[in-house]
Design a protein around this ligand. Structure first.
Ligand SMILES: C=Cc1c2[nH]c(c1C)Cc1[nH]c(c(CCC(=O)O)c1C)Cc1[nH]c(c(C)c1CCC(=O)O)Cc1[nH]c(c(C)c1C=C)C2
Length: 457
């Protein structure tokens, strides 16, 4: 997609060999500790070595045979509670801003689940090179892409993460520009869909839009959050409303000049659950060292003298911090929002002082509260997605498919991959229908739902 949108020029890859990719830290017991990058380095790691006698049980304990459980329960069962509280909870903060005792191990750390199932032990499985969760779709997609762009494999092998000169938003802006320029796409922003009515016989969908004429379409691919889709459908699917989403406050801090320096170069650090009750960093999930991880985003003479940090606060602890159980007030002018922003700024600045020993006052501070931004895949999520796949297939026979962060992966890459897959499948099905007259070949098994992958994870 980056190539198709001519974004290669502004791409900012972070190589796996760079300090930003290799140095990821955890703040624990008043110190930053580097996260281990291999089993070898884990054996001597100060946070892990004391837990090895207990964790060794992983090698001899048999698999539980459960179809799913929480991340905390899985890690505690195999490696002990210390490993879950001091280490894994931090990783869960750094990806899902979530609570390890609530999230599904199978849907979030599928590799661990498969290592236990296939090898009986996580460590043994890793040593034997197991655990790659590659669905048949992934394999075919990879082969197709690599055949078209052979240099891509090298890029993927060498790259840890990526961004663009003006940030990741370049991707969605370029996509919009490209679609509009094609002349085949009508993008209607700020249009609120109120209802979807399905006419199975006529094989059409009526889309009611607030304040606009209704649309009649051949098929719908919903990228709405599952809860929103739930409210638009005539049938009730409880699977769409099982998972909550968490709110994350993002605080950007910029220190100009040479007044502020990082103690070590790296990507950033995470706070484990065992540290979250401590004064001054209540609710802090972690801090990204932006100017170190993607230095070329900053241009001009000040580049090497500017420190940019991003603190992420809240997630599963958001309501606890703001003491508001109804989420955030949507009006940005309201005083409660202003008070919350000040609170988050204070938490971020205090953490930087305490953890990174940076006493300087930031020259620029920006606070953005991202309401309900990361879906939380609770225990049983994958099985629920399988049930939903069957229901959508049976009830809509290909008229409705779903995609987006609420279903099979929260990352940008997962969302793009899943969206592409579902779009290609819907388009190819439509072509088949046209070629074969009225839907002759479109049996129920062939209907596209966007959830097919759930059976292979
Ligand atoms: C401190 C909080 C957060 C940091 N990043 C995120 C939060 C909530 C959000 C996030 N991080 C990752 C994803 C998924 C993939 C993506 O779209 O980039 C999301 C939604 C990736 C990720 N971040 C960390 C890990 C181990 C991963 C998994 C993939 C990978 O290995 O790259 C760790 C991590 N996240 C943050 C920090 C400071 C950090 C490590 C020090 C910030």
């Amino acid at each position: 997609m980056v190539k198709a949108l001519n974004l290669d020029q502004t791409l900012e890859p972070v190589l796996k060999t760079s300090p930003a990719a290799k140095n990821r830290f955890i703040y624990s017991r008043n110190k930053l500790h580097m996260l281990p990058s291999s089993i070898g380095s884990a054996l001597t790691h100060p946070l892990i070595a004391p837990k090895i006698p207990r964790a060794g049980l992983d090698l001899i304990k048999s698999a539980s045979g459960q179809s799913d459980e929480s991340i905390e329960s899985f890690i505690t069962r195999r490696f002990g509670k210390g490993m879950s509280d001091d280490l894994i909870s931090a990783m869960v903060h750094g990806i899902y801003a979530g609570d390890a005792s609530k999230l599904s191990v199978r849907s979030t750390f599928g590799m661990l689940y498969h290592l236990e199932k296939d090898y009986g032990s996580v460590v043994l499985g890793m040593l034997m090179g197991g655990g790659t969760v590659e669905t048949p779709w992934d394999t075919v997609l990879k082969e197709k892409i690599v055949a078209k762009m052979p240099d891509l494999k090298d890029f993927v092998d060498k790259t840890s993460i990526y961004s663009f000169k003006d940030g990741l938003e370049e991707l969605s802006r370029a996509l919009e520009r490209d679609l509009v320029a094609s002349g085949r796409v009508d993008i209607r922003k700020a249009s609120i869909v109120e209802k979807l009515d399905f006419d199975q016989q006529g094989r059409t969908v009526n889309v009611s839009i607030k304040g606009q004429d209704p649309l009649q379409v051949d098929s719908v691919v919903s990228a709405l959050p599952p809860q929103v889709l739930y409210s638009l459908l005539p049938n009730s699917y409880p699977e769409l409303i099982q998972n909550p989403s968490v709110t994350v406050a993002v605080v950007n801090l910029v220190y100009n000049g040479d007044q502020a320096r990082l103690p070590s170069p790296g990507f950033g650090y995470l706070i484990p659950r065992s540290e979250n009750s401590a004064v001054n960093h209540k609710g802090l999930l972690g801090i990204v060292f932006d100017s170190c991880s993607i230095p070329d985003q900053d241009q001009g003479a000040s580049r090497d003298h500017t420190l940019k940090l991003t603190a992420m606060i809240g997630g599963h602890m958001f309501e606890q911090i703001v003491g508001n159980h109804d989420g955030v007030d949507a009006n940005p002018e309201s005083s409660s929002i202003k008070e919350q922003e000040l609170l988050f700024e204070q938490i971020a600045v205090d953490a930087v002082k305490k953890h990174l020993k940076i006493e300087a006052i930031p020259d620029i501070v920006k606070v953005h509260i991202h309401n309900q931004c990361i879906p939380q895949y609770l225990v049983g999520h994958l099985q629920r997605m399988q049930t939903l796949d069957q229901s959508l297939r049976a009830d809509y026979d290909g008229l409705l498919a779903v995609t987006g962060a609420g279903y099979l992966g929260v990352s940008v890459n997962d969302c793009i991959k899943n969206a592409r897959e579902v779009a290609e499948a819907v388009v190819s099905k439509m072509g088949e229908e046209e070629e074969n007259g009225e839907a002759q070949l479109v049996g129920k098994q062939d209907a596209v739902t966007g959830l097919e992958r759930s059976w292979f994870l």
